[in-house]
Design a protein around this ligand. Structure first.
Ligand SMILES: Cc1cc2nc3c(=O)[nH]c(=O)nc-3n(C[C@H](O)[C@H](O)[C@H](O)COP(=O)(O)O)c2cc1C
Length: 489
């Protein structure tokens, strides 16, 4: 667990660890920062701190999370599975019986205290205040990412809303296209919680207050991307991940609170039933998402730190920074999925599948049709509903090894018997489905087939070497000098 006070502190650590490159050459926020960041992402290179952005005083930082080392630094862990097991252990606080058991619970209960955000009076993110006519989004180095994008987009915003009926807070990362000096698009897709709050507000005939935190501390940034159940405040996850409460301050013009250490905060509201054409946008999928109608965010007030940095991300053909954020979710949510589906051994969402297109799942198969049951259950779990292709393997298959997974997928499948196609919601960004957000999904059952599944032959034995011969060859392996030759090649 690691609690960074703010982005500045995180950036300092990245620099010390050789994970940040300062760029002093002047570059443009229009396309040039994308081109540099894209090249660096493809090399799994450092975070980039652009000191001189043409026409702007505020520096830009990109690729903050684009390597496993930076992800580990974000959370102060050596592996993501370590983080996941801490989360599961924390969630398993149960009734302790004896005195000793109660004593053991104390550290966990202290952690529980850290989970809840804390309200403060004064906040760095309100050092500078622009209201009314002074509000001007063009003062910020907001990136136009790809040549055919509809304009500049805020790409790393933490969008804060409250359920108009229950008051439960949500933070989601939804890109925002700048339409004018005080309006933007609000790209919460129909399946997302921000959109649900907005629908409720529309039904009540109310405008929905919105606050956008740009550049809170790294745990809050990640939490805004996490697919938490609908009525869980992302700040609880952030508090857990930091091991310290997130400090919040009241907004100046809307009834919401924002992380006090944010770089920039946009306050405003979204009017009921107002839509504007948003896009195109070069998206996570590597394709442009075509223009579509989305709500309009009206900015009533901008507050910021005196030393504000503008953080941004680039999305596009993988690998990009979002691949690493996706891997955090894959690892963190696996133990939670296992609580519901204990037969699941491991899950890999390969980068090439851009979160939603492809999942490799290994299971402890116990009955005929088990693979289809697991796929159906996964499609019923939150944002896993978007997964276009789920390939299910036996527990022995290492799904993190893509080559191994493809070997079993291609060899073990009789397409007529082993493919199940279903209809349902698909990701709003999916460009292949005949209709937006509605299409089909496929499960490929790549497990060994059983007689009960209609396989009437003997499943063949895999050709593997005997352990005795393996260990004999291990002993003489060095003497054969094959590795020396390999190294010289
Ligand atoms: C860089 C980045 C940009 C994203 N942009 C959007 C977006 O524009 N619209 C959207 O609905 N989801 C977007 N997402 C995905 C959501 O942040 C994600 O589904 C999150 O869980 C939504 O939160 P919610 O469940 O509270 O709605 C983006 C994710 C990342 C990492």
């Amino acid at each position: 667990m690691k609690a960074y006070k703010n982005l500045q502190e995180f950036i300092e650590v990245l620099e010390k660890e050789g994970e940040l490159c300062r760029i002093s050459t002047e570059v443009s926020a229009e396309l040039e920062i994308t081109e540099i960041t894209d090249r660096v992402c493809k090399l799994q290179g450092p975070a980039l701190f652009f000191e001189k952005v043409k026409g702007h005083k505020i520096p830009v930082v990109t690729n903050l999370f684009g390597s496993y080392k930076r992800i580990f630094l974000t959370f102060g862990v050596k592996s993501l599975d370590e983080l996941a097991s801490e989360l599961i252990e924390f969630m398993e606080i149960k009734q302790a019986e004896g005195f000793l058991e109660k004593l053991k619970l104390v550290p966990k209960l202290l952690k529980a205290k850290n989970v809840f955000p804390k309200l403060v009076e004064k906040a760095p993110c309100q050092e500078i205040v622009w209201k009314g006519e002074k509000v001007d989004l063009y003062k910020f180095p907001i990136l136009k990412c790809w040549p055919k994008d509809g304009g500049p987009f805020i790409t790393l915003p933490c969008v804060i809303t409250k359920d108009p009926e229950t008051g439960v807070r949500n933070i989601g990362m939804y890109r925002m296209q700048v339409f004018s000096k005080n309006t933007t698009g609000m790209h919460w897709q129909i399946h997302k919680v921000g959109a649900k709050h907005y629908r409720k507000a529309e039904k009540l005939g109310q405008k929905l207050p919105v606050a956008v935190a740009i550049g809170p501390d790294p745990a809050v940034i990640y939490s805004a991307t996490a697919p938490l159940p609908e009525d869980i405040d992302e700040l609880l996850l952030a508090g857990f991940l930091r091991g310290k409460p997130v400090e919040l301050v009241k907004c100046l013009t809307v009834p919401l609170e924002v992380p006090a250490e944010s770089q920039i905060v946009l306050e405003g509201y979204v009017e009921p039933y107002e839509r504007a054409l948003e896009g195109p946008f070069g998206d996570h999928t590597g394709y442009y998402t075509p223009p579509d109608y989305y709500p309009v965010f009206k900015v009533t007030c901008i507050t910021m730190r005196k030393d504000a940095i503008y953080p941004a991300t680039i999305v596009g053909k993988p690998p990009q920074e979002d691949c690493f954020l996706g891997k955090v979710t894959e690892r963190l949510f696996l133990p939670l999925i296992k609580k519901i589906l204990p037969e699941v051994i491991d899950i890999n969402l390969p980068w090439e599948g851009v979160f939603h297109n492809l999942a490799f799942v290994s299971i402890d198969k116990r009955y005929p049709g088990h693979a289809f049951k697991v796929a159906s259950a996964l499609w019923g779990l939150g944002q896993m509903m978007f997964t276009k292709i789920i390939v299910v393997f036996d527990k022995e298959v290492d799904v993190q090894n893509i080559s191994e997974a493809l070997f079993y997928m291609s060899g073990n499948v009789d397409p007529e018997r082993d493919i199940m196609v279903v209809k349902g919601p698909v990701d709003a960004l999916d460009h292949a489905s005949p209709k937006p957000a509605f299409g089909s999904k496929m499960c490929i059952d790549a497990t060994r087939k059983w007689k009960e599944e209609g396989y009437q032959r003997e499943w063949p034995e895999e050709a593997v070497m005997s352990p005795e011969v393996k260990s004999k060859i291990d002993k003489i392996w060095k003497k054969l000098k094959i590795e020396e030759l390999l190294k010289r090649r």
